[in-house]
Design a protein. Structure first.
Length: 161
């Protein structure tokens, strides 16, 4: 396989260069993924008492799935990195999945604040590891999505009391 011209001169080239339309699509999907949480948090304050349990369980379940997904991203980073992958990615990925599941098992009034904390911890871990993985351009989107997720979980927890 021929070596790319720039690489022959010692210029570092990313493995995959995404076109702008792909970056725009990924950002849109990330933001769209927060909409169910925001809607469910609002519904916690708007629905009749008999629906609170269902909406609370839906919000906590979605939050737990997203926390597990955020852990799964680290498995992807680790697998992509190959034999030199820091073990932290695999350990953190498994921990986040278990934490998301645990948050779903808890009573929503306690599980949603726990998941809000997990969203913050997930962001801190991502902030400290994504640059080395070449993903730093996505941290702004992650921050915005984290803020919306945390606010939704806390508003939902307040609405369930």
């Amino acid at each position: 396989m021929p070596t790319p011209l720039l690489a022959q001169w010692g210029v570092s080239i990313p493995d995959r260069i995404l076109p702008e339309h792909s970056r725009t699509f990924i950002r849109a999907i990330a933001y769209l993924g927060t909409i169910p949480m925001v809607i469910m948090a609002l519904l916690m304050w708007l629905v009749h008492d008999e629906l609170h349990g269902f909406v609370a369980a839906a919000l906590a379940s979605y939050g737990g799935i997203v926390v597990a997904f955020l852990g799964g991203i680290h498995w992807g980073i680790g697998l992509r990195s190959g034999v030199n992958a820091p073990k932290l990615h695999f350990i953190w990925g498994a921990f986040a999945a278990f934490a998301g599941w645990f948050g779903v098992l808890m009573h929503p009034a306690a599980g949603m604040p726990f998941l809000a904390l997990m969203f913050v911890i997930c962001y801190v871990v991502d902030d400290r590891t994504w640059e080395r993985a070449g993903l730093s351009e996505w941290l702004t989107v992650r921050f915005h999505a984290t803020v919306l997720a945390v606010m939704s979980c806390l508003a939902g927890a307040a609405g369930s009391m």
